[in-house]
Write a protein that binds this ligand. Structure first.
Ligand SMILES: CC(C)(COP(=O)(O)OP(=O)(O)OC[C@H]1O[C@@H](n2cnc3c(N)ncnc32)[C@H](O)[C@@H]1OP(=O)(O)O)[C@@H](O)C(=O)NCCC(=O)NCCS
Length: 192
């Protein structure tokens, strides 16, 4: 969707993020101020892309992406330490989909559309981050399936040893805490 459409749906997008990221492994205790700050950074990036999943006129899912160098300049050093240049990467911010709409291929489409946007913007590599929670985390639901297999099937591989921090307030906490984030990347093959 266009920047104007995404901005017009700002409240819906924030509500969707707050709803979906309450679940493990994010456990995000979302609030409007955090959302405004997060999404404002996003909207400022000139190359940002928002993919919306609509049921009629209702936003039921969304995926975002932006050139990594525009969005998170502070990642330059940890990337460089692994021989990677942030300016080569298109960064996928999030995919969020209301649970009743899952398992119909919308998540796969989110990847396809963002990879298409990356190629259109002449980026050869895509990357996204995922929170690392300890194996025995008390909030991990029984039978929880990590998305690793889903990501591998889309051609993404974890970047060994690359970990950065990202802060938000967990449910039940009074203040934000920094969480370790791992990175998954894929080199794209241009479509002729
Ligand atoms: C990540 C997320 C967006 C995936 O969405 P989804 O729409 O359920 O994913 P899909 O339906 O596209 O894919 C799930 C599986 O269903 C399969 N599938 C595709 N089309 C399908 C269809 N028509 N019917 C049934 N299954 C289908 C996919 O192939 C995939 O299986 P695979 O990995 O073995 O290929 C969703 O689970 C979500 O919002 N999770 C919470 C937030 C989150 O963790 N986000 C990621 C980090 S930001």
């Amino acid at each position: 969707m266009s920047r104007d459409e995404a901005e017009a749906r700002f409240d819906d997008l924030a509500a969707l993020r707050i709803e979906v990221f309450r679940a493990f492994p994010y456990l995000y205790d979302g609030d409007a101020a955090y959302e405004r700050a997060y999404l404002a950074t996003y909207m400022r990036a000139p190359g940002a892309v928002v993919i919306g999943a609509l049921d009629g006129d209702r936003l039921v899912g969304a995926a975002t992406a932006t050139p990594l160098g525009e969005h998170r300049a502070e990642f330059a050093a940890p990337f460089a330490a692994r021989g990677l240049d942030v300016d080569d990467f298109f960064y996928f911010g999030e995919s969020v989909l209301k649970s009743v709409y899952r398992g119909q291929g919308i998540g796969v489409r989110f990847f396809e559309e963002r990879e298409r946007a990356a190629l259109e913007a002449a980026f050869g590599k895509c990357v996204f981050s995922a929170v690392i929670r300890p194996a025995g985390h008390p909030e991990r639901p029984a039978g929880y399936t990590p998305l690793n297999r889903f990501w591998k099937k889309r051609g993404y591989e974890r970047i060994e040893g690359l970990v950065t921090g990202f802060s938000w307030r967990d449910i039940g906490d009074d203040a934000e805490t920094e969480k370790p984030m791992e990175y998954w990347m894929k080199a794209l093959t241009p479509v002729r």
